[in-house]
Design a protein around this ligand. Sequence first.
Ligand code: ADP
Ligand code: MG
Length: 407
Amino acid sequence: MEREREVVIGVKSQSTLEGLFEKIYRVKAIFKNKEVLRHSHTPANLPHRDDQINQLATILVSALRKETPSNIIMYGKTGTGKTAVVKYVGKELEKISTKYDANINFIYMNCEVVDTQYRVLANLCNNFCSERVPLTGWPTDQLYSLFIEELDKDTKVVVIVLDEIDKLVKKSGDDVLYNLTRINNDLENVKVSIMGISNDLKFTEYLDPRVISSLGEEEIIFPPYDAIQLEDILKQRVVLAFKEGVLEETVVPLCAAYAAREHGDARRALDLLRVSGEIAERKGERMVTEEYVRMAKDKIEQDRIIEVVKTLPKQSKLILYSILHLKNEDDGPIMTGEVFEVYRELCKRTSLDVLTHRRVSDLISELDMLGIITAKVVSKGRYGRTKEIYSTIPFYRVKTLLKEEIL
Ligand code: ADP
Ligand code: MG
C-alpha cells in the first residue's frame, strides 16, 4: 500500500536530519491539492449562482453592443460568492469581446486596499496611462483630468468594479463615487459603467441620494447559502482537493451545517474543510473525521477572537484583562464593579488614565458586541443596575497575549 508506506515514513522514521524536508514533503496522506480550498482559487463553475450570473450578463451584454451598461450595486454578506461571480463574468466578457470585435476593459479594484479617492483615481490612471502616476502627492483634480484625457483616447466600453465599496465609503466618503457616476458627461469616445459590491446591506445610508440613484440603476442581491447549497459547493472542491476516500461521510455535511449557521458563508465552509484536513494531516492520520471538523471549528473561532483582541484599543485591552483576571478566581459571573476595581489598579501600574465608571461600562458593552464576552444587565434592587459578565473565549491564549501587550 503506497499510502500506508508514505505515512509511516513521515511519522516514524525521522531519526536523522538528513532529508528532513524531503521526508515530510512526501507525506501526502490527506490532500491531493490543498490550493483549491484557498480563497484565492477561482473554481471553474459556481453552483447556485446562476441567477446572479445571468442578471449580471444581461446587464453587461450592452458592452458587446458598444452601449453603456447600467451601473450596478451588488449586495450580500461575506462569503456569498460576490467576488467570485464578478470575476467569473468579467473573464467571460473579456473572452467574448475579442470574438465580437468589441473593445471592452474590465477593471477590478478591491477598496479594502484602494480606499481613498486619490488611490482609486491613481489606480485607474495606471490602467490607461503609459507613464505611471505616483501613489500620493498630486492634486485630485489633476489626476482626474489626466484620467479623462488618457481614457478617452480611443473608443471603448470600460467596466469599473469597486469591490468592498462600503469600506471606501466609510473611510473616505462618496465623492469619488459621485465623480465616477457622472464621468460619462466628460467623455466622448468612451462609455463607462460602475459596479459596486458591498458586504454591508445598509451601506447606502452613507451615500448622497444622487449617488444612490445613479449607482443603483440595477441591484443584484446575493442571499446567504443554505446548508444543502454549501454541501454542493464543498463537494465540487473535495474531488480536487482530497485523496480519494479520506473524508468520513459526515465531514462535508458538518462543515456545511456549521457554515450555514454562520450566515451561509462559503468561505467559512471551505476554511472548515481545509483546517479539518490540516489537523488530520498534522496528526499523521489517514482519515478526516467529524471530530476534526469540531476541532477546526474551535480553532477558527479562537483565531478570530485573537485577531479581534489584537486590534482592540489599549483601554479595552486593560478592561478585558481585568475580566480575565477575575475569572481566574472563581467560575461565577463577574460584576462591573469588580472589573472597575481591578482595572483601576492596572491603570496605576501601567500609568494609563483611569476612565470613568460609565465609560468602562460602555467599553464592556463594546466587547460584548464584538462577541468576546457576554454582558447581561441585572437589577440589584436599590443598589441600581450592574452588568453580569461571562466569557467563553480561549482563556489562556488571550490572557497571555494581553499580558505581553499591556503589562
Ligand atoms: P464574497 O465576495 O461574497 O465575500 P467570495 O466570492 O469571495 O465571497 O466567495 C468566498 C469563497 O467561496 C471563495 O473561495 C469562492 O470561490 C467560494 N464560493 C463562493 N460561492 C461559490 C459558489 N457558488 N461555488 C463555488 N465556490 C464558491
Ligand atoms: Mg468579496
